[in-house]
Design a protein around this ligand. Structure first.
Ligand code: ATP
Length: 595
């Protein structure tokens, strides 16, 4: 067997090298997942075989029962033997199937864990281009398909192949000629199966892609749930998700059509083989070459031979679906990942500085240049502010320091050492990073605070809360630190979310705090609190803050002014007001100086 697997390849690279390569690689991947469990597979298969052998004894017993009829002999022995064979066979088969199915569950678990691990280690630049919904669907729905393959299809396939072989051997012993007739018919149908298999795989792949698309469309609507409602776009978004669902249904129907056709093939093989054997065997009984009981026993074996064929075809069509899923799982496995970061304890230690030298960066080959020779220096300790018009490339500076992206030219050094020479885990452990939208994860307030440093003590948490002026909030909350903050921290205000993010970063004891400060969403009181917090933190560590409002940074030790991917000036507030036109303009529009 197994010809359905390598049939379409035919060892020829043309005419669809990509499809056949994909198929072979998918098979290899599927088998690679099974390989570690080959002992269980063998044991399960063996038990199925023993079970089948017990089952195979049945026709022989039946023959003896019939012969006993004819000879008016004792019936009790053969009937008891028959019953025992059926019972033992069923029990052993069930044990074999259980083993195989348990193996399937383990394989799915391994593939889910592996997939999640890989997804979380993908690079930021790759994930920027992927759709979160589609990634989710790969972990949930594609691995579920894999489960169907490993638990049902693979288990049935192994059992059915053993059954088929066992029956073929018994039939060969009984009557070689009739076996030849049977196999000729079965062979014809198998050829049909070979032709159908790749079509099922292709349609199934398209169905899974459509399902992934549907998840990402739904994800898009849920991510912007309030905007969808406020824009009155519910019906339109429902239609968009619905269209993707229709596509998935259509592809599923194609899979169903081909699968039914394969099913007809299996059914035909049973009927045709039965008729052929009845015809040829009947003639031989009529001519006295064969006993009628032998023909009946052979016909019973025929069902043992052809019913696994139905199962084999069904399993192979199911495996085609699984191969489609493996292809999608494999796409993630083929993407580059960051090195697995060994967990690094909180860095602690002296503040460090940052140096950018001639950094040139664009987000993609077809994207505009964002940094066009950025050079500046942030000394260790104190507060340095990055200011400049929107789109100047300020947030990008942070992404580069964290090594979310690699610059095309120039070097970046942290603590006097090129960031490419730092082990990634150590580099990131030195940095505290507060994004512009300061995400808060679902869970309790405490879980959010200790997210970056799970081992911190309650005293440290209390200190971080006091420093970020969150202690009042915690006192007011009904369950204190154990209060759930809701999905994406929706139960907190914008200012609170931001301070939670800062407290989280501080608990890692960073040697350099990167703070992308979206003060625009804060009211005057919150903004002042934040300014106090930042000034306090800057006494202990280096703070590099992206300021969207100059009011927060007038007191900074140094201000770097960026414009259109370059640094145009740096100095203190007073120096810049005196020397830099753009800074003076920015300051004037924000009522910090009279122009
Ligand atoms: N992940 C990304 N992929 C592709 N392009 C991006 C990405 N992030 C930012 N950009 C582009 O890079 C440019 C600089 O963005 P950046 O966020 O660094 O600017 P900024 O100075 O921080 O702006 P703002 O003050 O509005 O936050 C923008 O034109 C933006 O479109």
């Amino acid at each position: 067997m197994g010809m359905e697997g390598d049939g379409p390849d035919g060892g020829q690279p043309a005419p669809r090298p990509k499809a056949s390569l994909g198929e072979r690689a998918s098979w290899r991947l599927l088998l690679g997942q099974v390989r570690p469990h080959r002992r269980v597979l063998l044991l399960g298969g063996l038990l199925s075989l023993v079970g089948s052998l017990a089952g195979l004894a049945m026709p022989v017993m039946a023959k003896r029962v019939i012969d006993a009829f004819g000879a008016f002999g004792a019936l009790a022995g053969p009937v008891l033997g028959l019953s025992a064979a059926v019972l033992v066979g069923a029990l052993i088969s069930a044990a074999g199937r259980f083993l195989l199915q348990r193996m399937g569950e383990t394989i799915v678990l391994d593939s889910r864990r592996g997939l999640v691990d890989r997804i979380l280690r993908l690079t930021v630049s790759d994930v920027d281009r992927l759709k979160p919904g589609d990634l989710l669907s790969r972990v949930s729905s594609d691995t579920t398909l894999l489960r169907a393959v490993c638990t049902d299809a693979l288990a049935s396939l192994v059992g059915a192949v053993f059954m088929f072989l066992g029956a073929a051997v018994m039939m060969a012993i009984m009557d070689g000629l009739l076996l030849g007739v049977t196999l000729a018919v079965v062979g014809l149908v198998a050829v049909m199966g070979v032709a159908i298999a790749p079509r099922i795989r292709r349609a199934s792949l398209q169905a899974q892609v459509a399902l992934g698309e549907m998840s990402s469309m739904l994800d898009r609507a849920l991510q912007a749930f309030r905007t969808v409602k406020a824009s009155g776009a519910e019906a339109r978004e429902t239609a968009v998700v619905g269209a993707a669902a229709v596509e998935a249904r259509d592809r599923g129907v194609v899979v169903a059509a081909w699968t039914s056709l394969a099913g007809i093939g299996a059914w035909m093989s049973v009927q045709l083989a039965f008729l052929a054997v009845l015809g040829v065997g009947g003639a031989r009984v009529a001519s006295g070459e064969m006993e009628i009981s032998a023909l009946i026993a052979f016909l019973l074996y025929l069902f043992y031979l052809v019913s696994p064929i139905g199962q084999i075809i069904q399993s192979l069509t199911q495996i085609q679906n699984g191969l489609a899923a493996v292809t999608r799982i494999q796409e993630i496995a083929a993407m580059r990942t960051e090195p697995a970061a060994a967990p690094v304890a909180r860095a602690g230690g002296e503040p460090v500085g940052v140096t950018f030298s001639g950094v040139v960066f664009r987000y993609g080959e077809d994207r505009p240049v964002v940094h066009n020779g950025v050079t500046f220096e942030v000394p260790a300790g104190g507060m340095t502010a990055l200011v400049g018009p929107s789109g100047a490339g300020k947030s990008t500076v942070f992404g580069l320091i964290e090594r979310f992206y690699e610059p095309q030219e120039g070097t970046i050094a942290v603590g006097g050492r090129d960031i490419r020479d730092w082990p990634l885990g150590e580099l990131r452990a030195m940095l505290g990073y507060v994004e512009q939208d300061a995400p808060v994860l679902a869970g309790t307030l405490r879980e959010n605070l200790v997210f970056g440093a799970p081992g911190v003590t309650d005293d440290e948490v209390a200190r971080a809360l006091a420093r970020t002026r969150l202690d009042d909030l915690v006192e007011r909350l009904p369950e204190g630190l154990r209060t759930p903050v809701g999905h994406r921290g929706i139960l907190l205000s914008g200012g609170e979310r931001q301070r939670v993010a800062i407290a989280r970063a501080l608990l890692r004891r960073p040697r350099l705090l990167l703070l992308d400060e979206a003060t625009s969403q804060l009211d005057a009181v919150n903004e002042m609190r934040l300014r106090e917090v930042v000034a306090e933190v800057a006494r202990e560590t280096t703070v590099l803050v992206i300021a969207h409002r100059l009011s927060t940074v007038t007191g900074a030790d140094r201000i770097v002014v960026m414009e259109a991917g370059r640094v145009r000036a740096w100095g203190t507030h007073d120096e810049l007001v005196a020397a830099d036109e753009l800074y003076r303009e920015l300051a004037a529009t924000q009522f910090l100086v009279s122009s």
